[in-house]
Design a protein around this ligand. Structure first.
Ligand SMILES: C[S@@+](CC[C@H](N)C(=O)[O-])C[C@H]1O[C@@H](n2cnc3c(N)ncnc32)[C@H](O)[C@@H]1O
Length: 242
């Protein structure tokens, strides 16, 4: 079998720039939008453990690990996993792909994809694996980029010749990978229509229990104004039936 390249989507080469970018609190979307919703949503059902798929350098595992939840983070990029281990010796961090998880069936109360489904090549395999390792009545919590954002093949907005900011849409129904460069990173992200995500989750037998296109709470005025015009993140919770 051909070995899979951990840098197939640019994350290995971009790891140091990403670690610097995340800092202690994450970027605008994490700090002012998603953490506000994800953290209470996770803690309200008092999970004993959590699997964070595509955990990156481990910031979110550290946040949840401090709340008496046993955390496991997986990521195919070893420099992320080494960083996560060095920052959190109590956590369990493993280098592997979402499409083939080294865990027993029904071993987690909660699985999280925190802005990582857009990076994962085989969406259906990743969702099947997440569902397999989830115990019945367990939850999958997903933060993702909105599909109208990923459809435009840019990081969200472009400056027109007239100097104004535009948010183009393009080939929305066509699933494809796009490469982006910004702030020292060069990353490949997937565009998939929302229906592809929803169908894959339904096909895995999961039941939707929460959906939101959240607004920022706090944050720099300019960023909030820009975000509220065209929101670029969404959040979903799915449950595995008993
Ligand atoms: C945008 S980063 C998000 C990292 C982290 N969840 C966070 O919110 O900071 C996407 C992560 O997905 C990981 N990733 C890419 N392909 C993956 C795969 N097939 N399986 C698991 N993780 C993957 C990347 O290595 C990267 O760490």
């Amino acid at each position: 079998m051909t070995e899979r390249c951990p840098d197939e989507n640019g994350w290995l080469s971009s790891a140091n720039a990403w670690i610097d970018r995340m800092g202690e609190e994450g970027d605008f979307a994490r700090k002012y939008i998603l953490d506000h919703l994800m953290i209470p949503r996770i803690l309200n059902e008092k999970p004993a453990n959590m699997l964070d798929i595509g955990c990156g350098e481990g910031r979110f595992c550290r946040v949840i690990g401090e709340q008496n939840v046993e955390v496991t983070g997986i990521d195919p990029v070893d420099s992320f996993i080494n960083h996560a281990k060095s920052r959190d010796p109590r956590g369990n961090y493993q280098c592997c792909f979402a499409e083939s998880l080294p865990f027993a069936d029904e071993s987690f109360d909660l699985v999280v994809f925190y802005l990582s489904l857009i990076d994962i090549t085989d969406l259906q395999a990743a969702i099947r694996e997440a569902t397999r390792v989830l115990r019945p009545n367990g939850r999958v919590l997903i933060a993702n980029l909105t599909s109208f954002t990923t459809s435009n093949g840019t990081t969200g907005s472009v400056i027109g010749r007239d100097g104004k900011v535009y948010y183009p849409l393009g080939s929305y129904l066509e699933e494809r990978a796009n490469w982006f460069e910004w702030g020292g990173l060069r990353i490949r992200n997937w565009h998939r229509p929302l229906s592809t995500y929803i169908s894959s989750l339904l096909d895995a037998g999961l039941v939707l229990t929460y959906f939101d296109e959240p607004k920022p709470i706090g944050g720099p005025h300019d960023s909030v104004e820009k975000y509220n015009k065209v929101p670029f993140v969404m959040m979903m919770e799915w449950k595995k039936p008993l």
